[in-house]
Design a protein around this ligand. Sequence first.
Ligand code: HEM
Length: 374
Amino acid sequence: MFSKSEEQSILYGLVTVSVNGRTPSAKANYLLVQWGCQLSEKLSNSYLPTKRMMLLHFSKGELQDMDRCSEQVYLMIFESFAKRLISYEEKKDRKKLLDNYKAFMNGLISLPVNIPGTAFHACVQGSKNAIKVITDIYHERKASKIPHNDFLDRLIEEEEKENAFMDDGVAINMLFLLLFGAFESTSEAITLLTKFIFDHPEVLEELTKEHEAILKSRKNQESGLTWQEYKSMNFTHMVINETVRLANIAPLIFRKVGKEAEMKGYTIPKGWIVLVAPAVVHLNPEKYENPLEFNPWRWKEQDLHSGSKTFMAWGSGTRLCVGADFAKLQIAIFIHHFVTKYRWSVTKGGDFIRRPSLIFPNGIHIKIAEKQKC
Ligand code: HEM
């Protein structure tokens, strides 16, 4: 378990990022990963793509047509984060937090005409309703003082301190944004990855080999994934990197110009905001051979865990996604169960568009069944 001070560092890491827009300390980011890892050690009964969760979402024991795998992934990842952050369960709570997030997302980049019927109006309403649900949960928890062992507990503890650096409003906004940033991106990555590995059987084969080897060398077959096992998933990390390179989930990142700079004959004044489009680099044939090809092997013997001027799926420079390692962990866990426990194939769908986030207009439909145990 983590000590109080370590947990607080995790909290500070997230709070600093969301509230002040500053980069969390490397230690806080590291602790966030450790926290995720600690959760992963309890995989067998509590954490997201556990067998139980996957079964719940993907299969009822028989071969079946799955309507919109993408919807299921979305729900699965949402439930996972909502539970960890605020102990919210969509099915139980019936507060429709997810629907409101969807409305928010759909109109996030739209004409700002706030009249009923427009995407922008639905977006504003969606965010208001979602914030209302989170606000109610926040205040109920604060009043009840019943601990739930989730992120909200820590947040309230922090907020109630003397000289706290945030108030209720900041804490609630932070929860709203954190939940959004976490589940939307991760579920998009997993959905796209499902399509990619189905379209590339050689990748699926290599992944299956890697994960079955993990199972074979495990002493207790019933125990969950361990941190060591996770760290050994080299090919899996190559697949994740390749997926997020092509996915360009964050279509744009913002940077403020710290000092006047010259670029290709143009002067960029100090204080200007620059929009960086990672796809321009990720799909540049001078940086990546056949850039549109899904080829995890291009990451062989490359650094798989840091950003660079040619790989900025998690941001770039000193400011990176604070949840990157956590997201990678989730995706790896998903892959582990998906390739070792199930037989599956995509039956239709899989096309995607950008709006500007990745959208799968026809979902991805899959046929799935549990593999027979030998
Ligand atoms: C596939 C999944 C994900 C992708 C591709 C992704 C990507 C990104 C990118 C590109 C940024 C912008 C960084 C920058 O400005 O340079 C970012 C920021 C951020 N991400 Fe993620 N992210 C993912 C998952 C997550 C998760 C799971 C969490 C939370 C646990 C999270 C929390 C955040 C936060 C709080 C920021 C703001 C960082 C700041 O303001 O400095 N992200 N993410």
